[in-house]
Design a protein around this ligand. Structure first.
Ligand code: VGL
Length: 215
């Protein structure tokens, strides 16, 4: 059991968007990605503040793969904020950009931050717009202004955006509770490594919100 003081806690829904679920099979579907809703809502009960991040991509960008064979190949050219190619996903104005059904309306979050808006930047973590972690999305400042200490984190995908976001939060001085029940990822071995890395940085890892207890 992990005691959580609701008054100083936040819940963070990282990229819990349809484009990362089987609801949008042509984007970046994470198996079971659409089944995290119950756990995200359950963890939010323990938090005074609930925030979300969304990939808000344009429909044309140098990182968009033009064929399945291009996926995960390096982006050519001088783009310091791009690494590899991905299928188009979570494009603004499309279904993939929407939050997964069953989550609150965007208006009901305390803050929703968009990332990946600039076609020449494809960040993973939700706290910065760039890969060097220098252009804040504002979420760290928002959480600090609200007196938040622990952040309960879930979302998609575990070994990419969730891992990076949790790392950024730890580095910013927050306590992080990683709720694996509220996450889904792609590769079991990579997920295990990512989770181990977060544990080593000080994250508390839980299997579900049932392990939380109001302080
Ligand atoms: C993600 C790969 C590419 C994620 C985003 O949200 O985890 N993964 N873009």
């Amino acid at each position: 059991m992990k005691k959580i003081d609701r008054n100083t806690s936040a819940a963070f829904d990282v990229d819990a968007q349809r484009g990362f679920t089987p609801l949008c099979p042509n984007e970046l579907p994470v198996p079971g990605g659409d089944t995290i809703v119950e756990e995200l809502n359950a963890q939010a009960v323990f938090a005074r503040v609930r925030v979300a991040s969304k990939d808000c991509h344009p429909n044309k960008a140098p990182w968009i793969a033009s064929s399945p064979a291009e996926v995960l190949t390096p982006v050519a050219g001088n783009y310091p904020n791009l690494d590899v190619k991905w299928p188009a996903h979570c494009v603004v104005g499309t279904e993939g950009n929407l939050l997964i059904p069953g989550l609150p309306g965007e208006n009901d979050y305390d803050l929703v931050v968009g990332k990946g808006i600039d076609p020449e930047k494809h960040p993973y973590g939700a706290c910065y717009h760039d890969l060097a972690n220098s252009e804040s999305t504002g979420v760290i400042e928002f959480l600090k202004e609200n007196g938040i200490k622990p952040v309960i984190v879930g979302g998609l995908a575990t070994e990419y955006c969730v891992h990076q976001t949790a790392t950024q939060l730890l580095n910013a001085g927050f306590a992080v509770v990683l709720n694996l029940g509220a996450c889904r990822g792609l590769d079991a071995q990579v997920i295990e490594k990512a989770v181990e890395g977060l544990r080593n940085l000080g994250a508390i890892v839980i299997e579900s919100a049932a392990e939380l207890n109001a302080a």
